[in-house]
Design a protein around this ligand. Structure first.
Ligand code: FES
Ligand code: FES
Length: 156
């Protein structure tokens, strides 16, 4: 079955079973391997992407439900070789260790910052509550999201 949607501003068409997960289509058909597979069951957030402005777990979404939608993945964040403020802040704050959870963390944070330019610590904790990290202990991740919010407000 042919399914059309948009990824990082580009229209794409994939030809596959409609039950194949969005995560597998991103990684295997579109070679966008920045989106990671952790649990594969909708529990860890490693596979988070933004679909029509909502952070979603791509491992539990059949591609048949993605027809006509607009997606953002980690590959689409940098512009003209310049890292997104979230990516810069995560690096500067030392919020990245093994990195496996980070694409999902950053996309959940982006979905928050797109609707809330000045989130409280609690807002950030709620937005990232579905994203598990085994390495960093979350404090630096939350600081990185706060810092990127400041950077993004300064850009506007
Ligand atoms: Fe999708 Fe864990 S891999 S939520
Ligand atoms: Fe390793 Fe989060 S940095 S799981």
């Amino acid at each position: 079955m042919k399914i059309k949607f948009t990824v990082n501003g580009k229209k794409v068409v994939v030809d596959c079973e409609p039950s194949k997960t969005l995560l597998k289509v991103l990684r295997e058909d579109l070679f966008l391997t920045g989106t990671k597979e952790g649990c594969g069951k909708g529990e860890c957030g490693a596979c988070t992407v933004i679909m029509d402005a909502m952070a979603v777990n791509s491992c539990i979404i059949p591609i048949g439900q993605v027809a006509g939608k607009s997606l953002n993945t980690i590959e689409g964040l940098s512009k003209s070789g310049e890292l997104h403020p979230l990516q810069k802040a995560f690096i500067e704050e030392g919020a990245v260790q093994c990195g496996f959870c980070i694409p999902g963390m950053i996309l959940s944070a982006k979905a928050l910052l797109d609707i809330n330019k000045n989130p409280s610590t609690n807002d950030i904790k709620v937005a990232l509550s579905g994203n598990l990290c085994r390495c960093t202990g979350y404090t630096k991740i939350i600081e990185a999201v706060k810092k990127s919010a400041i950077m993004m407000r300064a850009q506007r």
